[in-house]
Design a protein around this ligand. Sequence first.
Ligand code: MLT
Length: 283
Amino acid sequence: MSGSQDYDRPSIERTVRAGEIELHVAERGAGMPVVFVHGFPLDHTMWENQLCTLGENWRVIAPDLRGFGRSQAGTGAASMEAMADELAALLPALGIDEPIVLVGLSMGGYVAFQFWRKHRQLLRGLVLCDTRSIVDSAEAAAGRRKLAAQTLAEGPAPVAAGMLPKLFGPHTREHDPATIEATRQVILNTSPQGIAAALEGMAARPDATSYLAEIALPTLVVVGQDDAISSVDEMRTLAHGIKGSEFVVIPRSGHMTPLENPAEFNEALEQFLTRVERGGPKS
Ligand code: MLT
């Protein structure tokens, strides 16, 4: 996703088998593995800035989840659990044999909760960005299922029209329309089947609120000051639920913190990753 950002050192991109499907993966750098999981209905390109910047110090890896970007869609609903299992299967395929730091934004956070639930032995740290631990209300879940059917019938345009105003904060809308336009193009190029399957998967996702007190890993919780989907108050409550977690509010940002204010997002993440790498106590 290249809005106002240009990078002259591209990541390595390849397709890797993960369980029953093939996932497209971009990666850069060497050292402690840090896996970035994108939000809905996007792909790995939302992490371009982080791949470039944090790839100077760590092995940064950004897959396209099933049905997004250039990854295969598989069949049926894309449950958050299936996506987490595929990420776990990806690690040995990439030759990773040490615990990772998992960074998930929004839907990527839902996947991260399931990864923690099933594969926590593979984790060294957790970064939850602009996400939610609660389930959808019955009304919201019904709305997702309706949108899934509409997407299969009409393509991704209605999803783009519905999501874009909620993804970006006022500062980005005023100062960085190129990033919003680049995001629109990503959504419009996403497979309707992939979007519909993920909508079904999110509608059926488990409530992760009950897990929070059990998470005993270094955890960073990040939210944009103007996030219209997962508010600062909701994310603060989520952070309070995870003992010892760090909580950072990113200014001049809506829901898409890594894209809207990459400098401050990266700084918070870099400080956290440095502490995790040094093996400091859970802060
Ligand atoms: C996302 O950014 O991944 C979405 O806002 C998640 C959702 O629709 O719940």
